[in-house]
Design a protein around this ligand. Structure first.
Ligand code: GLN
Length: 491
């Protein structure tokens, strides 16, 4: 029988349409793969009964010639998305066994279009992290290993479960969220495609909030085309999220294979870091050469405020997080640790419920927002943010269609290898991705090559607001030139 788990979404759609297999068969094959891959710790909750029920229902629809654009496609859902009657924890102890009585808008659109839910995926606690090591369910294992080594590597974060599951063929695609790099960095670490849409393109309603002015949902998939297919279902205006934008959702898949001839691609000099591994530098020039060979024109551009992006992000994001996380007080949701007074109940619950990284962010955030420090930190960071946004606007005003950069400054690293003594070491993972969130722009990470140890590396393309289509066209050129990468199975 056809290998049901290594197909792309596009191939599976064709197979379902011509009745080569059913959604139930496709779903069962994935449930079996998940069971055999528990050592990766990508899924923190498997929902096989629900998956089979959804698959049977969609099979009946397909038989009648109904079924939407994702009819019968099994997906994994990051645990940051509220799923009705299915435990949703953001991988934090503080949410305990919280079961939402509602469904996030993004996931409800996936089900509307016929997708099947396999279960909930691991992530960094409240999406704070770059390695998936802050999850209360423990780290996720990257299916990729260095050649000739058994060292356990991280899949990146915060959407580590999504990236690992998609790379290891446990689901055909996954939802993810990106506040500073959480879709693109794990995609780069696992040779998957990750898209962070323009701020406002997808509804944030029903997604556990980290930093509301930066958070955006997007897909992780195995090909650019599959990411485009998923994006169409995930995007759209939602009256329940006032920051979502009322603009028609294009057929993103139509952008795949479109000519990129004559497009001007910016190469920003500020992304050439001192001490950057030669392999990353090489990958970047190779990517530029592929785009040039496809007819694009390369131009040197400058984004002068890039160096302030990471420090400013680590003021804005914790500030918003400290405010968003104030709601977890032991009264309304999840964990409650009693105390002699209401104040003590709050303190005990939050001390026990939040992990170290989350507590650090809440403290930093509270500090930078406090009277006397607000102007020096928060207000200043907001001004820097405006300058970062302006850098990109100036660049696009010169006719640049998209900007090409490396996705990450290194390949995947080992569990426990980074950030132990100095959290900044971990934060530096997002050096190439945070600018995009600060400016509210769309970005895509596409697998582009491997390092000397055989680990995948990705390239990032940054686009104009609401021009995800150009990113899909360019991403496809990179994918066609680089080829696809699948980890050898060892688990
Ligand atoms: N790694 C970054 C952080 O820890 C970004 C995380 C994200 O995009 N959710 O804040």
């Amino acid at each position: 029988m056809t290998d049901l788990i290594s197909m792309t979404i596009a191939e599976a759609k064709a197979g379902l349409a011509n009745k080569s297999f059913t959604s139930l068969e496709l779903t069962d094959a994935h449930l079996a793969a998940i069971e055999a891959a528990r050592s990766l710790n990508a899924f923190i909750l498997e929902t096989p009964d629900q998956a089979r029920a959804m698959a049977r229902a969609i099979d009946a629809k397909i038989a009648k010639g109904e079924g939407g654009p994702l009819a019968g496609i099994p997906l994994g859902i990051k645990d940051l998305f509220a799923t009705k009657d299915v435990r949703t924890t953001a991988c934090s102890k503080i949410l305990g066994n919280f079961v939402p009585p509602y469904e996030s808008t993004v996931t409800s659109q996936l089900w509307r279009d016929g997708a099947v839910m396999l279960g909930k995926l691991n992530n960094d606690e409240f999406a704070m992290g770059s390695s998936n090591e802050t999850s209360c369910f423990g780290p996720v294992v990257n299916p990729w290993r260095r050649e000739g080594s058994n060292t356990t590597l991280v899949p990146g974060g915060s959407s580590g479960g999504s990236a690992s599951a998609v790379a290891a063929l446990l689901c055909m695609g996954a939802t993810a969220t990106d506040t500073g790099g959480s879709i693109r960095q794990p995609a780069a670490f696992t040779a998957t495609v990750g898209v962070k849409p323009t701020y406002g393109r997808c509804s944030r309603w029903g997604i556990v909030a980290f930093a509301s002015s930066l958070d955006q949902a997007g897909p992780i998939a195995r090909t650019t085309r599959d990411a485009a297919i998923l994006m169409r279902s995930m995007a759209g205006h939602d009256p329940k999220d006032t920051t979502s934008v009322d603009r028609a959702v294009p057929d993103y898949e139509a952008a795949i294979g479109k000519s990129v001839k004559g497009m001007r691609i910016g190469i920003p000099k500020e992304y050439r870091l001192d001490g950057m591994p030669a392999e990353i530098e090489k990958l970047w020039s190779e990517g530029a050469a592929w785009l040039k060979a496809a007819g694009a024109e390369l131009i040197d551009v400058s984004l002068p405020h890039t160096k302030y992006a990471l420090p400013a992000y680590y003021i804005v994001a914790p500030a918003e997080a400290s405010s968003n996380l104030a709601r977890y007080d032991g009264v309304r949701y999840g964990l409650r640790v009693p105390g002699r007074s209401i104040g003590e109940l709050y303190e005990n619950t939050r001390a026990e419920g939040f992990g170290d990284e989350v507590r650090r962010r809440v403290m930093i955030g509270t500090y930078v927002l406090s009277a006397g420090y607000y102007d020096a930190y928060y207000l200043r960071a907001q001004k820097v943010r405006t300058l970062i946004k302006k850098d990109f606007e100036d660049c696009f005003a010169k006719g640049v269609s998209a900007i090409l950069t490396p996705a990450t400054p290194s390949a995947a690293f080992g569990v426990g290898e980074k950030g132990g003594a100095d959290p900044v070491e971990m934060y530096l993972n997002d050096i190439f991705t945070v600018t995009v969130n600060m400016a509210g722009l769309p970005g895509i990470a596409v697998p582009a090559g491997k390092d000397a140890q055989g680990l995948p590396l990705g390239l990032q393309l940054i686009g104009r607001p609401f021009d995800e289509e150009t990113l899909f066209s360019l991403g496809e050129v990179v994918e066609q030139a680089a080829g696809r990468f699948t980890p050898p199975r060892w688990w």
